[in-house]
Design a binder for this molecule. Structure first.
Ligand code: FAD
Length: 400
């Protein structure tokens, strides 16, 4: 049986996120984007609306909602601006959901509960100055020292770097394995901003997601207690890939919001602008661009919803999530490029939002797996170089 309907709870989350985008994101976004600053009221507004933990179980401070709700909220927030959806991607997709799956009960009580309640903000630190797609190329190390670890190194391009209280950080705990590029030498740690030796900074001059905070984190002889190792030594790479399966899902759904924003802006503008004594919406080539946006929106939506359906059943969805992310980001880039085109010279100025859509859309073809990485993944599944584990349980039995 295939059921295309949403539950009342899913619709309630969608409507709440839609209202929040209309009231708390869209009105000031042009200004924050121009200033390259995160709206300081946004995180508190998301927390008040319970949007920072709604798909975490109630026993850990959330509302127990499902993955489809998460996707719908991401779509609505990105309709407002990509920077708002990025907060959900890192805080929920790349931190809270992995902590829910892989962390000990003590870690969940200490870190997941305040994150789900929106009292603390969290992010994910995998990328480094010299390693992005090639995650095994990271250089951060966590050397065993007494009852804990000493963390050294730098993370780069980290969303909310200057804002988050908690970082899920990946570092080598086995230097022999590092030399051999054996990923079972990488471990995951929860690092607090408050730990001695942690410093952060913001990257300025970004092409897009300017209203979001993106930066670096430096770790200088940071003492990380043994209790902050997530799951066990050597599981870091696996955990990072699990994180990306959740984060990519939020990017895919969010990109549909961006496509919809392009489509709606074009519907309005093409009904106002006249050339050759006709509204431009009456020209067939303009219609074609708008039709392509609609098609991209629809099939990208079906792809993330299919991935969400698998996730709701705790089924592995690496393949479907990668496909959804790749296609939705590609369609968002195409929709934004066409939106600028529909607006003509006005699309080339920040008087209208479509130039921001265009700059923001580019980012998603880079983060959470570049366009090329997802292209290769999809080819490898089809060619048999990569095993499709669709029927495996996504949530591993983690012994504490
Ligand atoms: C706005 C923004 C927010 C981000 N937030 C985070 C965050 O919160 N946490 C985090 O850890 N990271 C974050 N990142 C980093 C992001 O995940 C990386 O930028 C991404 O993984 C790509 O890595 P890279 O930039 O080092 O590019 P590289 O890996 O150096 O790739 C450069 C180019 O080579 C191509 N390429 C690489 N390998 C192959 C291959 N095998 N075959 C074909 N082509 C290849 C790539 O597709 C790309 O075109 C963010 C990035 C941005 C822009």
């Amino acid at each position: 049986m295939i059921d295309f309907s949403f539950t009342d709870n899913q619709l309630a989350v969608r409507d709440m996120a839609r209202q929040l985008a209309q009231k708390a994101i869209i009105p000031g976004i042009a200004e924050f984007d121009r200033a390259g600053k995160l709206n300081p009221d946004l995180l508190p507004a998301l927390a008040r609306a319970n949007l920072l933990g709604f798909c975490i179980p109630e026993e850990y401070g959330g509302l127990g909602m499902d993955y489809i709700s998460l996707g719908l909220a991401c779509e609505e927030l990105e309709y407002g601006d990509t920077s708002a959806r990025v907060i959900l991607s890192v805080h929920i997709g790349l931190f809270s959901l992995p902590i829910l799956t892989w962390a000990s009960e003590e870690q969940k009580q200490k870190y997941l509960v305040p994150a789900a309640r929106g009292e603390k903000t969290a992010t994910f630190g995998l990328t480094e100055p010299a390693a992005g797609s090639d995650a095994v190329g990271i250089q951060c190390t966590a050397a065993k020292d007494g009852g804990g670890y000493i963390l050294n190194g730098e993370k780069m391009w980290i969303s909310l770097a200057d804002v988050a209280d908690y970082f899920l950080v990946f570092a080598w705990t086995d230097l022999d394995k590092k030399k051999k590029r054996d990923h079972t030498g990488i471990s995951a740690f929860i690092v607090e901003r408050a730990f001695d030796g942690v410093s952060t900074g913001t990257i300025h001059g970004k092409l897009g997601v300017r209203a979001g905070n993106t930066g670096y984190i430096a770790f200088q002889d940071v003492r990380v207690p043994r209790e902050n190792l997530v799951y066990k030594e050597g599981a870091g790479f696996k955990i990072a890939m699990f994180c990306l399966d959740q984060g990519r899902y939020t990017v895919a759904a969010g990109s549909c919001g961006l496509i919809r924003a392009c489509r709606d802006a074009c519907v309005t503008y093409s009904g106002e602008r006249k050339t050759f004594e006709k509204y431009i919406k009456e020209h067939q080539l303009v219609k074609q661009m708008i039709a392509n946006m609609e098609a991209g929106y629809r099939y990208s939506s079906y792809l993330w919803m299919h991935a969400g359906w698998l996730k709701n059943q705790s089924l592995r969805s690496t393949r479907e999530t990668s496909l959804a992310k790749w296609v939705a980001c590609r369609e968002a880039e195409a929709a934004a490029a066409n939106a600028v085109q529909v607006f003509g010279a006005y699309g080339f100025s920040d008087e209208y939002p479509v130039e921001r859509f265009y700059r923001n859309a580019k980012g998603a073809s880079i983060y959470e797996g570049t366009r090329e990485i997802h292209t290769l993944m999809q080819a490898d599944y089809v060619l048999g170089f990569r095993q499709d584990k669709a029927l495996e349980r996504d949530l591993p039995k983690v012994e504490q």
